[in-house]
Design a protein around this ligand. Structure first.
Ligand code: FAD
Length: 233
């Protein structure tokens, strides 16, 4: 990648012009240039990466934005990186998420049983989570499309899922994935994220996932962090 200022650019020299050097723009440019296109990426800010960048706190590296990669052993994003980056990046799996409410910490429950025993919420909060969790995990992807024009908060309201603990848990999960509050996050995208599979499953399959939890969990980090990846792109 070569950096140039806009006044030196002759757009007619390029096959493709990409607006924005966030993850989307950079990876699009990476794929197109690997396919032989001459690509110009225009960035209005003073650095590349968009929300995808990092900083240091007390000697620890913090990656912001895209940092945990879902389906790191099977997903499209990892297949993409392995296709277009040589040598391919290496990944390390992590064992799951911890949740902190004031001074209590617990893992994110993945089944009805775990939710009902969750130490971080009272019984009303747990029941609220079980109810809305069951609805989302068993919802057909086709049905989710009905919620394209409303926010996730409006979806929760329409389902009567307004207990504060339920909203707080959903807010944390969605903020982590989308970087916006549930009042701004698309209900459709949030539902797809929370269902955590792009495959339709039978009623029996969904019920099993709810009762026993999901065993499809494979999230991980790229070794060297996302900024290392941006530099390589
Ligand atoms: C706190 C947080 C945590 C996240 N965690 C994860 C995670 O763990 N896993 C995951 O998969 N995803 C995560 N995400 C989501 C992921 O980071 C984003 O979806 C992704 O990085 C967005 O990339 P983008 O290129 O679409 O947009 P952006 O990163 O927003 O990039 C857009 C770029 O375009 C530039 N731009 C805008 N307008 C113009 C213009 N007119 N001309 C030129 N340039 C322009 C901007 O300056 C910016 O650099 C997280 C997001 C946040 C905020």
């Amino acid at each position: 990648m070569q950096e140039i200022s806009l006044d030196q650019v002759d757009p007619s020299e390029y096959d493709v012009i990409v607006a924005g050097a966030g993850a989307g723009g950079l990876l699009t440019a990476l794929a197109l240039s690997a396919e032989g296109k001459k690509v110009l990426v225009i960035e209005k800010g003073d650095r590349v990466g968009g929300v995808w960048h990092g900083y240091w706190v007390d000697g620890f590296r913090v990656d912001q934005g895209l940092h945990v990669i879902t389906r790191v052993t099977r997903g499209a994003f990892v297949r993409f990186l392995k296709t277009y980056l040589s040598p391919p990046p290496e990944f390390i799996l992590h064992d799951g998420w911890d949740f902190r409410v004031h001074d209590k910490t617990g893992t994110i429950p993945s089944s009805i049983g775990e939710t009902l025993r969750w130490p971080l919420a009272g019984w009303r909060g747990r029941l609220g989570l079980v109810k809305i969790g069951a609805k989302i995990k068993t919802m057909k992807l086709e049905e989710m499309k009905k919620y394209k024009d409303i926010s996730f908060f409006e979806f929760m309201q329409s389902r009567g899922a307004t207990h504060q603990v339920t909203l707080d848990v959903m807010q944390s999960a969605i903020y982590m994935a989308a970087g916006v509050p549930i009042t701004q996050a698309s209900a459709y995208e949030s539902l797809r994220t929370l269902k955590d599979t792009d495959k339709e499953s039978s009623k029996l399959g969904s019920a099993k996932r709810l009762l026993l939890g999901s065993h499809d969990y494979d999230e991980g980090y790229v070794i060297g962090g996302m900024e290392g990846l941006v530099k390589r792109v």
